[in-house]
Design a protein around this ligand. Structure first.
Ligand SMILES: Nc1ncnc2c1ncn2[C@@H]1O[C@H](COP(=O)(O)OP(=O)(O)O)[C@@H](O)[C@H]1O
Ligand SMILES: [Mg+2]
Length: 322
């Protein structure tokens, strides 16, 4: 239902445009969870936000490619159509819930307003609806909660409120950008269990941005690994865990997928992700790659340089190791 096709995005700053995300392709189907993984600064958030055209407010522009929602280009949508899609059909859950909550309005007034806007319910119906969904995410004192302000809630409760808000609009797809990174480990586990339950019960499509392979193993059906603005590997979760092909994926997983336990983060790789505008020629990962040869540094490597049915890697050395 959601297809990102060959998407490239640039950051506009004064007179210059710097390529930040290049030729991204991924598909999310009903009932399936796609994990978008990579270190910080690889372009995951830019990609995720492009689906709802949220980057446009920060000077991010489409250079080429398209994003199709049920076959319709989001870039061709009118403002009205886009507003209906945002939240109503595709919900977004952010890393920091406060970015999506307004501190000066009570939880109740914020929820009632979006519910009325999207579902056209009366005020009292919308309130009942909000209470139902708050209880559904485990917030038992929902009635009292409606009168509280975001500041008075813990991080875990705020994230539950956002999830309730998202679910109350009956979305078909959820985009969750590091939804638990800002939370305590014990709270993370409960939020993940909740997201998983809601995803399964409602057969939602989901784009889960994360740097946590434990979470990928637990939740995802498909995986796309990004490095420095490009997709370097994509495949099913089994492909990626059983035979990680790209040296970057292998490094992220510590080369030993069986060793990566639930809740564990990615291992640290020497060096840093190059920022947009400083990408090396050829393979973007080559300066940090132990397997890099001269050929890797010369010309751009195709996304499907290596492929085996649905599993693809942007590396010219994969064949040798197979
Ligand atoms: N609005 C912006 N202006 C300038 N640079 C940006 C902007 N948004 C993102 N970037 C840069 O683009 C790169 C990718 O960012 P992002 O998508 O947030 O990465 P990720 O989510 O994978 O950590 C980073 O180097 C970031 O600093
Ligand atoms: Mg991010």
């Amino acid at each position: 239902m959601l297809e990102i096709k060959d998407l490239s995005l640039a950051i506009q700053h004064q007179e210059t445009a710097t390529m930040a995300v290049k030729n991204i392709a991924l598909t999310i189907s009903k009932g399936r969870v796609l994990g978008l993984v990579g270190e910080s600064g690889c372009g995951k958030t830019l990609t995720a936000q492009a689906v709802l055209r949220l980057g446009e407010y920060q000077g991010i522009e489409r250079v080429n490619g398209d994003i199709l929602w049920h076959g319709e280009s989001v870039f061709d949508m009118s403002d009205k159509r886009l507003r209906a899609m945002r939240g109503g059909q595709v919900a977004m859950i952010f890393q920091e819930p406060m970015t999506a909550l307004n501190p000066v309005f009570s939880i109740g007034s914020q929820m009632v307003e979006v519910i009325r806007l999207h579902l056209g319910l009366s005020k009292s119906q919308a309130k009942e609806h909000a209470i139902h969904y708050l209880k559904d995410v485990g917030l038992d004192e929902a009635e009292e909660l409606l009168n509280q302000y975001p500041d008075s809630l813990s991080g875990g409760m705020r994230q539950r409120v956002l999830i309730a808000m998202a679910m109350s609009l009956h979305p078909e797809c959820i985009i969750a950008d590091e939804p638990t990174t800002a939370l305590d480990v014990s709270v993370q586990k409960r939020i993940i269990a909740l997201l998983r339950k809601l995803q399964k019960e409602n057969n939602l499509g989901m784009l889960l941005v994360t740097h946590d392979f434990g979470l990928v193993a637990e939740m995802c059906d498909d995986v796309v690994v990004m490095y420095a603005g490009e997709v370097v590997e994509s495949g099913s979760v089994l492909d990626i865990f059983d035979h990680p092909a790209h040296p970057y994926t292998q490094a992220l997983m510590g080369c030993r997928p069986e060793m990566v336990k639930e809740g564990e983060s990615l291992t640290v790789i020497e060096g840093q992700v190059p920022a947009p505008g400083t990408w090396p020629k050829g393979c973007h990962f080559s300066p940090r790659c132990s397997r890099a040869s001269e050929a890797c540094q010369i010309k751009a490597i195709a996304a499907n340089a290596w492929q085996d049915s649905g599993h693809q890697a942007r590396c010219i050395h994969v064949q040798e190791q197979a």
